[in-house]
Design a protein around this ligand. Structure first.
Ligand code: NDP
Ligand code: HSE
Length: 412
């Protein structure tokens, strides 16, 4: 029997879903064993020059009222009207696949529950890591693991910008403009630059890995706006790469600590080698040890590939799958305070006596850089918690040593 598909939003991702489906339709039908048709595309605009112009609709009711529509892809972005539209589809028994991380991070618990109540599915593989399969591996292939950490480069735009700044000597705004032209950036690119997009993604991975909804407000988040080119170069000389790292750790007390911030990544950590629009996610579990997932983190067809993967699985399912879910919780007691964050630190300071620094930090690494501009670059020898860091900063100030840049180190 023929099943119909529909797409909400015909922008970068939505048009990719339609075009990739049409291109590989025969292959998809053969592999899935289903006869499928891309029946409707909802958008505010018309696309008179496109081969799919006759599929454009303006009213969601057309899709909701067609009983043959089994699966809908939401690729509009934002929370509203995406939330209302997705909820209506699920209430009508139609499964939904979305690329919209803002929607999943803020309303995932409600939508998963709605899907369950209506015996359909709410999938979001494309919402984290673009093309990379990470949602399905976490709740299916790795179902037997207790997770202790998930860490990754989860934003293609910022990784692309940092890479262009370092390798092509491009300034920040030109690199951002190029990322926008390539369709990587969010509608409001401050979401990329200030870390909110990576924050939404680590919320989704944290919720899935640890079973309770983590909202963006609970995640200390810092973007790449203040990253200076000179620090990317000094870091390189000391054997690190500055990357925007989204991470969640399970601490010994059983609480989780999600964070998003630029970190100095050791060069023997694979994450330090992830460049351009590529993303990577490292998962630590008691069965697997460590596993790494890598691929294009943004862009039209990489993201469309993930959305279509979800849609095709959803067409084949006759009920909600139990593994891809998390609890809706009112408390944030399971999330540790940022005060408990620990790391070694990369510092760039005004010129300073190494013996004094060693005293302040307990120890500093042997390799340091002194610049012609009377700056000193070093990495602390010991792991510091936030209180120890604050005390050290006070001592530095007392000694008249100015802190010019500071990044926590991500160790392997
Ligand atoms: P675009 O802005 O390119 O596309 C969104 C489309 O939805 C536009 O055509 C827009 O129309 C349409 N739209 C907006 N509101 C409505 C509405 N009320 N009714 C009908 N259509 C509407 O965004 P992207 O394709 O880049 O992103 C879509 C989602 O996917 C976002 O959540 C994004 O974060 C996510 N994503 C994007 C990736 C990428 O590489 N671009 C990768 C992974 C995820 P109009 O232009 O007229 O407003
Ligand atoms: N703006 C996002 C990024 C799109 O650059 O990673 C993919 O989620």
């Amino acid at each position: 029997m023929m099943k119909k598909l529909a797409v909400l939003g015909c922008g970068v991702v939505g048009s990719g879903v339609v075009e990739l489906f049409e291109k590989n339709k025969n292959l998809i039908q053969k592999r899935s064993g289903m006869e499928l048709e891309m029946a409707y595309i909802l958008d505010l605009r018309d696309f008179p020059d496109k081969p799919y112009a006759n599929k454009i609709v303006k009213d969601l009711q057309v899709i909701l009222n067609d009983p043959d529509v089994a699966v809908v892809a939401e690729c509009m972005g934002g929370v509203e009207p995406a939330f209302t539209f997705v909820k209506s589809c699920l209430e009508a028994g139609k499964s939904v696949a979305t690329s919209n991380k803002e929607l999943v991070a803020s309303k995932g618990d409600i939508l998963l529950q709605t899907a369950k109540e209506n015996h359909c599915n709410f999938f979001f593989e494309a919402s984290v890591g673009g093309a990379i399969p990470i949602i399905r591996p976490l709740h299916k292939c790795l179902i037997a693991n207790e997770f202790s950490a998930v860490a990754g480069i989860l934003n293609g735009t910022t990784n692309f910008i940092l890479n262009k700044m370092i390798t092509a000597d491009m300034d920040f705004s030109s690199a951002l403009k190029l990322a926008q032209e390539k369709g990587y950036a969010e509608k409001d690119p401050t979401a990329d630059v200030d870390g909110h997009d990576a924050c939404r993604k680590i919320c989704i991975l944290s919720s899935l890995a640890f079973g309770k909804h983590v909202y963006p407000e609970s995640v200390p988040t810092k973007g790449i706006r203040e990253v200076e080119l000179k620090d990317t170069k000094f870091c390189g000389q000391l054997g690190y790469a500055i990357k925007l790292i989204a991470r969640v750790q399970m601490l010994e007390n059983g609480k989780i600590l999600p964070t998003v911030m630029p970190m100095a990544v050791e060069e023997d950590n694979l994450l330090s080698q992830v460049n351009g629009v590529y993303n990577a996610v490292m998962v630590r579990g008691d069965g697997i040890g460590k596993a790494m997932f890598y691929g294009r983190g943004a862009g039209k067809f990489p993201t469309a590939s993930a959305v279509l993967g979800d849609m095709i699985e959803e067409v084949q399912l006759s009920d909600t799958i139990p593994s891809q879910t998390w609890e809706n919780v009112n408390s944030t007691d399971f999330i540790e305070d940022f005060a408990k964050f620990t790391a070694k630190y990369y510092f760039r300071t005004s010129a300073a006596d190494i013996a004094v620094l060693s005293e302040i930090f307990g120890a500093i690494d042997e390799k340091t850089i002194s610049t012609d501009e009377d700056e000193l670059i070093f990495v602390t020898g010991n792991v510091l918690n936030r209180t120890e860091l604050e005390i050290a900063m006070k001592f530095l100030a007392q000694k008249g040593i100015q802190v010019l840049a500071q990044y926590p180190v991500l160790t392997a």
